[in-house]
Ligand binder design. Structure first.
Ligand code: TRP
Length: 384
């Protein structure tokens, strides 16, 4: 079997429950226990985001300290990001719905870093101009989820280079070459941008503390491949006088890409892109979506489907807010009452509804884009 390799710039090997356990041990993160889930649920007034109950966000670092601060009336902030590598599909966007849920639940500021510089330096063959275009589009897509402009701040690395670079030198000064080699797998033949770039991604984990002069905790939601950055961050920040950042960590989303591997961004026709037409969404689901159904109608009626591995059911459950509706679809699908084609049609309808809403929001956001752009002056002094 191919060796498991997970770094921010390379993921290879099979990802299953066993490999996640291995990563948890290797990276030294904690699993989210049912006790911790209960604590979050209580704070969220009885509502857990499905990404938590389904253990898609499954691990963390020091999440308790964030909850302690929150319960003690002390503020913290959220930080997440996106590398603008191309057009966004629904699997890219959904983690941002989780971040939005965290922001709404805790009513806190959120930094979203768009790492255009990273995409230029690493792996991409695109020109800077192309990357900038992708970045602009991605920003609109993310903001179309309805983030609060007063509390949501987009950091675009090239545009915010001044603030980022100023603090990145502090990170760089405390990070050795051997750490970067070990943590990121950088080798002598790599370009030197790869060695410095991690400092840029670490900065937002203390940026608001640095600017406001108030020491705040930072909670970072990310997929587990991003962990190397924040391991270094946890080593370096205390040396600079800040708190170690806390993390809430997700698996990759195979449930959204279909376990058959068919639904992925590398297969253009098979991922659901945000600008797909209603017809296209339907067609893609019918043709490509991995189904947890049985081979024949008879078997399906008799034994029912397996909703947990079904692409259509999973997407439906992440988009539909009415938990009771989701539960009844789950029960019907599992019992054989609902057939795979019907499940796909139901999912197509809810995806189309969701995408139409996003498109409307996107148009509105376009005229207010500047309100979302990170401005250090918002945080100077103590306006947190
Ligand atoms: N490097 C990430 C990517 O390529 C983008 C990113 C920047 C990020 N800062 C982050 C992701 C913080 C999660 C959390 O997608």
């Amino acid at each position: 079997m191919e060796e498991l390799k997970v770094t921010p710039w390379e993921v290879s090997g099979e990802l299953n429950e066993a490999s996640y356990s291995k990563l948890v041990k290797k990276f030294g993160v904690e699993l989210i226990t049912s006790k911790l889930l209960e604590r979050i649920e209580k704070i969220a007034k009885g509502k857990l985001h499905p990404f938590l109950s389904k253990k898609i966000f499954f691990a963390h670092r020091d999440l308790n300290l964030i909850l302690d601060d929150y319960e003690n009336g002390k503020s913290f902030y959220l930080y997440t990001g996106r590398g603008p590598s191309g057009k966004m599909h629904i699997g890219h966007l959904l983690p941002f719905t989780f971040t939005k849920w965290l922001q709404d639940t805790f009513d806190v500021h959120l930094l979203i870093q768009i790492t255009d510089d990273e995409k230029y330096l690493i792996k991409s063959t695109r020109t800077k101009k192309e990357i900038e275009h992708v970045a602009e589009e991605n920003i609109l897509d993310i903001l179309s989820l309805g983030f609060d402009p007063k509390k949501t701040h987009i950091i675009k690395d090239y545009d915010n280079a001044k603030e980022l670079y100023y603090y990145a030198t502090d990170v760089a000064k405390h990070t050795t070459m051997s750490t970067i080699k070990a943590v990121f797998g950088v080798t002598d033949s790599d370009n030197i941008g790869k060695v410095f770039f991690p400092s840029m991604q670490i900065v937002p984990s203390f940026l608001l503390s640095a600017i406001s002069g108030k020491n705040l905790r930072c909670l970072i939601p990310y997929a587990i491949d991003q962990d190397p950055y924040f391991r270094i961050s946890r080593d370096v920040l205390p040396k600079l006088g800040y708190y170690k950042p806390s993390s809430i960590i997700s698996k990759f989303l195979p449930a959204l890409q279909g376990n058959s591997g068919k639904m992925s961004s590398s297969v253009e026709e098979s991922a659901i892109f945000l600008d797909d037409s209603e017809q296209t969404v339907k067609k893609k689901l019918m043709k490509y979506a991995f189904s947890g159904g049985r081979d024949t109608l008879e078997e399906q009626r008799k034994y029912g489907a397996n909703p947990d591995i079904d692409f259509s059911f999973n997407v439906y459950s992440f988009i539909e807010n009415d938990e009771r509706k989701v539960q009844s679809v789950y029960d019907d699908y599992k019992s054989g009452k609902l057939l795979s084609g019907e499940m796909k049609a139901l999912a197509a309808d809810s995806i189309n509804l969701f995408l139409n809403q996003l498109r409307q929001n996107r148009e509105k956001v376009k005229n207010h884009l500047s309100e979302y752009m990170f401005n250090p002056n918002d945080f100077v002094g103590h306006r947190m």
